[in-house]
Ligand binder design. Structure first.
Ligand code: KG4
Ligand code: ZN
Length: 332
C-alpha cells in the first residue's frame, strides 16, 4: 500500500510517500522559517497561504523521488490536528480534494501520534512497550506506549513546552526565530556551569514538567549582567540548555523506573538537540537501558511521520469520515 502523507499543522509544509513494503520512497519539505523570521514568530495567515503555494509542487517532488504517479497512491493521510486552524485546513482540503479526484480513501492523523511513532521509522526499531518523551514547540509529555493507539499519559508540562522555553530564552538572548536550534548552536561553545539556574520540578516526585520559571530565571540573569558579551551569552545559553536537559533526563529515568521499562523513545523537535541526545544515551546505557531517536530530519515536523502513522494505523481500519474537519486543539 502506497500512502501519501501531508503535514501542514504549523510552519513546515511536508509531503512524503511511504510504501508499507518498501518503506519511505519520497520526502519533500519546505520550511517557512524565512517567511516568519521577520515577525519573530509564526504568522498564521502567512503560514496558510504558503502551505497553499507549496503543497502541490512538494507532492510532485515526492512522487518524482518515488518514481510513482498520483494514480499509484492507495491512501491519503493528512495532519488533522492539533495546530493552526487555517494551516490544518489547507492540508485537509488538499487531501480531501485528492481523495475525491482519485477515488481513494483519506485519513486524518494526530500530529503528536505522528511524532510519537516516528522513531519506529529508523533502525533499530524499538519494540513495544516503551516510554516516549515527546518534546516539541507545543508539547512536553511522557507517555507509556504499549502499541499503536495504546498510549497512556504519565506526565506533561504544567506551563511552557520545552521547545517554547528554548524559543523564548533564545529571544531573551537576542537570537532570531526559530530560537531552539540557534540557542543550541550558541550553547556549544559555552560554559554550562557559569550561571546557576533552577531545575524546576526535578524532585517533585511526579512526572510533570515546568519551564516558565527557568525562562524567568534567565531573564533575571540577563538583567543582572547586562550588557552580556559574546562569552556570557554563550555561557548563559549553555547553562539554560543544561538545566532543561537535566530535567528531561531525570524525568525520563523516573518514568522508566515507575513503569519498570528499559526502552525510551524520543520524538519532537527538541529531540534534535545533540546535548539531550548524548545525555539520554549515557544515562539510559548506565542503567542497562536503550534510547531510540528518529534521525534529526524526522524530529521536526514532516510528512513522513504522517504517512508512516497512517501505515501503522491502517490495519486497524481507517476512521474516514465525510467532510474534512480539523481539530486545532486535540488531546491524543
Ligand atoms: O516538533 P516541532 O518541529 O514542531 C512542533 O510540533 O512544535 O518542534 C519545534 C520545536 C521548536 O520549539 C524548536 O525551537 C525546537 O523544536 N527545536 C530545538 C532544536 N531543534 C528544534 N530545540 C532545541 N535544540 C534543537 N536542536
Ligand atoms: Zn510537531
Amino acid at each position: 500500500m502506497l500512502i501519501l502523507g501531508i503535514e501542514t499543522s504549523c510552519d513546515e509544509t511536508g509531503v512524503a510517500l511511504y510504501d508499507t513494503e518498501q518503506g519511505l520512497l519520497g520526502e519533500a519539505l519546505h520550511s517557512q522559517v524565512d517567511l516568519h523570521a521577520l515577525y519573530g514568530g509564526v504568522v498564521p495567515e502567512l503560514a496558510s497561504r504558503d502551505h497553499i503555494r507549496r503543497l502541490v509542487p512538494l507532492a510532485r517532488e515526492a512522487l518524482s523521488q518515488a518514481g510513482r504517479g498520483l494514480g499509484d497512491v492507495d491512501l491519503i493521510a493528512f495532519t488533522q490536528g492539533p495546530g493552526l486552524a487555517g494551516a490544518l485546513l489547507v492540508g485537509a482540503s488538499v487531501a480531501a480534494g485528492l481523495g475525491l479526484a482519485l477515488g481513494k480513501p483519506v485519513t486524518g492523523i494526530h500530529h503528536l501520534e505522528g511524532h510519537l511513532l516516528s522513531p519506529l521509522l529508523a533502525e533499530p526499531r524499538p519494540e513495544f512497550p516503551f516510554i516516549a518523551l515527546l518534546v516539541s514547540g507545543g508539547h512536553t509529555q511522557l507517555m507509556r506506549v504499549d502499541g499503536v493507539g495504546r498510549y497512556r499519559l504519565l506526565g506533561e508540562t504544567v506551563d511552557d513546552a520545552a521547545g517554547e522555553a528554548f524559543d523564548k530564552t533564545a529571544s531573551l538572548l537576542g537570537l532570531g526565530y526559530p530560537g531552539g536550534p540557534a540557542l543550541a548552536r550558541l550553547a556549544e561553545g559555552g560554559n554550562s556551569k557559569r550561571y546557576e539556574l533552577p531545575r524546576p520540578k526535578i524532585h517533585s516526585g511526579d512526572l510533570d514538567f515546568s519551564f516558565s520559571g527557568l525562562k524567568t530565571a534567565v531573564l533575571t540573569k540577563v538583567r543582572q549582567h547586562s550588557p552580556l558579551d559574546e562569552t556570557a551569552r554563550a555561557d548563559l545559553a549553555a547553562s539554560f540548555q543544561a538545566a532543561v536537559v537535566d530535567v528531561l533526563v531525570a524525568k525520563c529515568l523516573q518514568a522508566l523506573d515507575a513503569e519498570g521499562l528499559q526502552r525510551l523513545v524520543v520524538a519532537g523537535g527538541v529531540g534534535a538537540n545533540t546535548s539531550l541526545r548524548s545525555q539520554l544515551a549515557s544515562a539510559t546505557a548506565a542503567r542497562g537501558g536503550q534510547v531510540f531517536f528518529p534521525p534529526a530530519r524526522l524530529c521536526t515536523d514532516n510528512g513522513a511521520m504522517i504517512a508512516f502513522a497512517a501505515a501503522l494505523k491502517a490495519p486497524m481500519g481507517s476512521p474516514h469520515e465525510p467532510g474534512f474537519p480539523v481539530f486545532p486543539r486535540w488531546d491524543l
